[in-house]
Write a protein that binds this ligand. Structure first.
Ligand SMILES: C[S@@+](CC[C@H](N)C(=O)[O-])C[C@H]1O[C@@H](n2cnc3c(N)ncnc32)[C@H](O)[C@@H]1O
Length: 195
């Protein structure tokens, strides 16, 4: 967790609904995939404001975020099957193998130590459990130059524009079971991994 990122998201939480509008179509695909799974315990890390909670329709959800403002809004948007906690995804306070599913939506390129985030997701997942990562991924085409040119600007917005998931050692413990591409040059993807 990074204090500056935290304070950025505390302030940004007011404007986050604008970002949400842009991300809505991809999130609908994510929740369609999630809702096809059998019942179970689901952990969402870096949940944000929780306006998407209405799309979850059958799982027991634990949602965490490090930003106090995001947690407060997410609690207002939560329902009976959803518990919202202030917690660091890089240092989860849960026992090993507690969850059937982990969701990381637009958070992996925000956290300070993505390597640690994935290790923690692996630890708390049951064997055979699934991890969903929705994010932008720097593609191996002309779009990588755009990502590179935005590297400094993106720092000011507390995320990494240049992001290669294959650089993470901890992801190699998972098996990629499905990949869904969105947008121009497949810049956004939903990756579904199995432990
Ligand atoms: C870009 S927002 C994504 C919010 C939401 N998941 C979505 O898809 O719209 C990133 C969120 O991750 C949270 N975050 C950043 N670092 C975190 C960490 N180490 N652990 C948990 N949440 C974190 C931020 O506070 C913010 O709410």
């Amino acid at each position: 967790m990074n204090k500056q990122t935290n304070s950025f998201y505390d302030k940004f939480s007011l404007f986050y609904p604008l970002v949400d509008v842009l991300l809505k179509p991809q999130k609908k695909v994510l929740f369609n995939e999630v809702n096809r799974l059998t019942d179970g315990n689901l952990l969402e890390i870096g949940v944000g404001n929780g306006t998407h909670f209405k799309y979850y329709n059958k799982h027991k959800i634990t949602a965490i975020d490090t930003s106090e403002a995001m947690v407060k809004t997410a609690r207002k948007n939560s329902a009976e099957n959803i518990e919202v906690l202030k917690m660091d995804g890089e240092l989860l306070l849960f026992d090993d193998e507690k969850f059937d599913y982990v969701v990381l939506s637009h958070v992996i390129a925000v956290v300070t130590r993505p390597e640690q985030l994935i290790s923690e997701a692996y630890r708390v997942l049951k064997p055979g459990g699934k991890m969903f990562i929705l994010n932008h991924f720097t593609p191996n085409n002309w779009l990588k130059y755009i990502d590179q040119s935005f590297a400094i600007v993106s720092k000011a917005f507390h995320f990494r524009s240049v992001f290669y998931i294959e650089d993470l050692e901890s992801i190699k413990k998972f098996r990629l079971s499905k990949e869904i591409h969105f947008g121009l040059g497949s810049y956004f993807k939903l990756l579904i991994y199995k432990k």
